[in-house]
Design a protein around this ligand. Structure first.
Ligand code: HEC
Ligand code: HEC
Length: 161
């Protein structure tokens, strides 16, 4: 039995090698370190990546937190200011890193999706059968529940399915 486990473990290692190199090129985002953002925007759902929406979307979302998708998510003006600066400076049409550039593709000038799940890149990436199958298999209730399908979502990794 011990021998069997060892064999299995070594073959997993061999298999894992190419997956690691794919990861280096796949979609990832720098982890969120701003403590105000983590505290205020991580209370009800995972902290979403600012790089996934343009500046105009964030301004609209963050200036109407009193009615946030049907919830009251209002914040005091001090922390709110910091959160607005954080999101607008990392927005898809502001920050020039790979993840942001990918999420600005397909957006018309001035277009401001209301959600990440209605942004063109989200729609394009989740249009196939894999998504439909995972949706049923994991009994997912909302498209916004990234973690149900992407185990590395909070670490900014979306290539793990
Ligand atoms: C009081 C709870 C609560 C807090 C606090 C909160 N949210 Fe939300 N948020 C929600 C709910 C509920 C939804 C809708 C989720 C759904 O449709 O599944 C949502 C959805 C979102 C969406 C859209 C997700 C999609 O469908 O693409 C974004 C973006 C978002 N929140 C950003 C934020 C940010 C930024 C903050 C911090 C300023 C924040 N939220 C704080 C409850 C909250
Ligand atoms: C029901 C399962 C499911 C949910 C929920 C889900 N995804 Fe996905 N996601 C997938 C599948 C399946 C793919 C396609 C993987 C592929 O193309 O290899 C994917 C692909 C992606 C990709 C592209 C990765 C790449 O390297 O091409 C990104 C980015 C992504 N998802 C982000 C999100 C975000 C952000 C959320 C939440 C707002 C989310 N997903 C919610 C299943 C899901």
């Amino acid at each position: 039995m011990t021998k069997f486990i060892l064999v299995l473990a070594s073959s997993v290692f061999v298999l894992a090698t190419p997956i690691v190199s794919v990861t280096a090129n796949a979609e990832s985002f720098p982890p969120i370190e701003n403590q105000t953002v983590i505290a205020e925007c991580g209370e009800c759902h995972m902290v979403f990546f600012a790089e996934m929406l343009p500046r105009k979307s964030w301004l609209r979302i963050l200036n109407s937190l009193g009615n946030h998708y049907g919830e009251d998510a209002s914040i005091d003006s001090g922390p709110l200011k910091e959160i607005i600066t954080f999101h607008t400076s990392r927005a898809s049409d502001v920050l020039n890193i790979r993840g942001a550039i990918k999420w600005r593709e397909g957006l018309n000038k001035g277009e401001a999706p209301e959600r990440i799940t209605t942004a063109p890149r989200f729609i394009r990436k989740h249009a196939d059968n894999d998504f439909a199958q995972m949706w049923t298999k994991f009994k997912v209730a909302s498209k916004a529940d990234c973690l149900a399908c992407h185990k590395g979502a909070t670490r900014g990794q979306f290539d793990d399915d």
